[in-house]
Ligand binder design. Structure first.
Ligand code: ADP
Ligand code: MG
Length: 561
């Protein structure tokens, strides 16, 4: 049997890694105690002193010696309670772990007590409880972190580094507790104060930086989860991103956690909205019934298991997509001046996407070109540039549309819409027969089933030769270069839905290339159809379709500013 002191240090090692771990345990206790104001004062990055003062419900004198005992908690009584934890703490080892590696003093007073009480604890020793004057609430002070564990002390960084971890953690944590005021003091100097506020912008600016915080969109998660759950948060608008995922924060029932599966939801949601290789940022607040979360995965509780994780993943992804779409629609309107009518995309018949169709007047929407006519403040199509861009202008700005990206988006949504409606594949009247080299032939052979599930039916037709029999509804059944299609498909980045990759690649191969000259009427119809898309601002690969240069942008080019 190990002696109790050794047991204490081993257990503490899991919970208390550095000063920020002490801050985390103490601040979480303060929040669990219903505090409305939490002050964190540290010296030398928390290595010398961490002090957390709160105005919560306090600890009764009789309970003080218990609070620092391992496995003593007021938040849980029996194993069954583990099924529905509603507090941040529950393991009863925060204070005990801190006391195993630092000298702890607690001064606390409950609401109905005349005077407070004080206790000291270090390693296995707990002092007598003594009366001590104090305001209502609790003050916990931890001094000399790891002085009794020299190896751990060596892993500590410079005080400034330790402090920045504390400050960053606390600022992030504060996002989920707008009703609580947080104050941070370092070496006697107030560093920042976050007053309780309904307006999240200050707290967001603190965590993400002012500029990046301005690009955040409020997540519309109202419809995401059924009763008993809720989803909210802020997510970056497409085009604003970070080189890594560190700025994707997640709270599950008020607990700041990591979740590999939910960072996958970010990737899946932004697939069609942002150029790949970089990452969106923001914060999600997920609430689910306590019995659907298991936080008892790791001593620091920084990971959780979710029951119904797949449904939650899907709900998060869909809420993000809906938010990004609404934003894209709004930007399309402000970029082009074209009003979108809601639901118009569903009113359209599944469209063929042959460039020639663009000439057929009956495929035009009502007022197709009238919307783009001159003299009414709406954008006018001026010209096609370099056989690549549609140049339009309204009274305030130049509007450039990448014709290929725009057409790709239109074609892609036509396929997706048909698939959603359950339309069967369309057989080719004249099957397309293509011979491939050995490598591509093997690759294609392995993918036939998957392609069929996307509506693209291809059959072997002799050695290294294949026959395209049917294409997805909405695609229009045109010929395409199978070899180039396979190459592009292989280089597509993984999207949430494998079918989306196939459709995006197919759309790309079916449409107007850069280099095709377009008539005025064709350009008008292209813009009309783009307007009807769910996500008109990006091609299916996430590249922009529309760029607007307003007076301010032009002033920069002319160095007027
Ligand atoms: P846990 O938070 O898992 O219960 P801790 O060791 O962190 O374990 O705290 C032990 C107990 O001490 C808590 O259950 C709570 O009753 C009490 N306690 C700790 N900090 C505070 C505080 N700031 N205010 C009120 N009670 C507290
Ligand atoms: Mg605790």
């Amino acid at each position: 049997m190990l002696d109790p002191q050794t047991v204490g240090q081993i257990a503490a090692g899991e919970v208390i890694e550095r000063p920020v771990s002490v801050v985390k345990e103490l601040v979480e206790n303060a929040v669990d105690a219903g505090a409305r104001r939490v002050e964190v004062a540290v010296c030398r990055g928390g290595i010398d002193v961490v002090e957390v003062r709160d105005d919560g419900r306090g600890i009764a004198p009789d309970d003080l010696p218990l609070a620092v005992r391992r496995h003593a908690t007021s938040k849980l009584r029996r194993a069954a309670d583990l099924e529905r934890i509603a507090t941040l703490g529950f393991r009863g080892e925060g204070l005990a772990s801190i006391a195993a590696v630092a000298r702890v003093t607690i001064v606390s007073r409950t609401r109905d007590a005349e005077i407070g009480a004080r206790v000291e604890a270090f390693e296995e020793r707990v002092s007598e409880v003594e009366p001590h004057p104090a305001p209502i609430g609790t003050l916990v002070r931890a001094e000399g972190l790891f002085e009794n564990v020299p190896v751990r002390r060596e892993y500590l960084r410079a005080p400034a580094t330790e402090f920045s971890r504390i400050s960053a953690w606390l600022a992030t944590f504060a996002l989920a507790y707008p009703e609580v005021t947080f104050v941070v003091v370092h070496d006697g100097t107030p560093v920042w104060t976050m007053p309780a506020s309904d307006d999240p912008s200050e707290r967001l600016a603190m965590v993400f930086g002012r500029e990046a915080a301005r690009a955040l969109l409020a997540l519309d998660g109202a419809a995401a989860l059924g009763s008993g759950g809720s989803l909210g948060g802020f997510i970056s608008a497409p085009g604003n991103d970070r080189p890594d995922r560190r700025m994707q924060h997640l709270f599950v029932n008020g607990r700041l956690v990591r979740s590999a599966s939910l960072s996958g939801a970010w990737t899946a949601a932004y697939g069609g909205f942002t150029t790949t290789g970089r990452h969106p940022y923001g914060v999600l607040f997920l609430r689910v019934p306590p019995e659907h979360v298991d936080a008892n995965v790791h001593p620091t509780k920084s990971e959780v298991r979710l029951r119904y994780g797949a449904q939650v993943f899907d709900a998060v992804r869909r809420a993000m997509v809906a938010t990004l779409r609404a934003h894209a629609a709004e930007r399309f309107r402000t970029s082009t001046g074209i009003e979108r009518e809601d639901g118009i995309s569903f009113a359209l018949p599944p469209q063929a996407i042959d460039a020639r169709d663009l000439l057929q007047p009956e495929l035009r929407l009502d007022g197709g070109s009238a919307t783009l006519a001159e003299g009414d403040g709406k954008p006018r199509i001026v010209a096609q540039l370099a056989r690549t861009y549609i140049l339009a202008a309204d009274d305030d700005a130049l509007v450039l549309v990448d014709q290929h990206a725009a057409h790709e988006r239109i074609a892609y949504e036509a396929i997706v819409r048909a698939a959603r409606a359950g339309a069967p594949s369309e057989p080719l009247i004249v099957p397309l027969i293509l011979e491939l080299d050995a490598a591509r032939s093997i690759a294609l052979g392995a993918m036939l089933d998957e392609l069929r599930s996307c509506g693209l039916e291809i059959e072997p037709f002799g050695e290294r030769t294949y026959r395209v029999v049917a294409t997805p509804a909405g695609y229009g059944g045109k010929a395409f270069d199978l070899a180039a299609f396979l190459d592009d498909l292989a280089s597509e980045l993984p999207a949430a839905d494998r079918r989306e990759r196939v459709w995006a690649t197919l759309a790309c191969h079916a449409v107007t290339r850069a280099g095709d000259s377009l008539t005025h009427a064709e350009m008008a119809v292209l813009l009309e159809r783009l307007r009807a898309c769910e996500n008109p601002m990006h091609c299916p690969h996430g590249r922009p379709t529309v760029v607007r240069l307003d007076a301010a942008d032009l002033a920069k080019l002319f160095k007027r500013t």
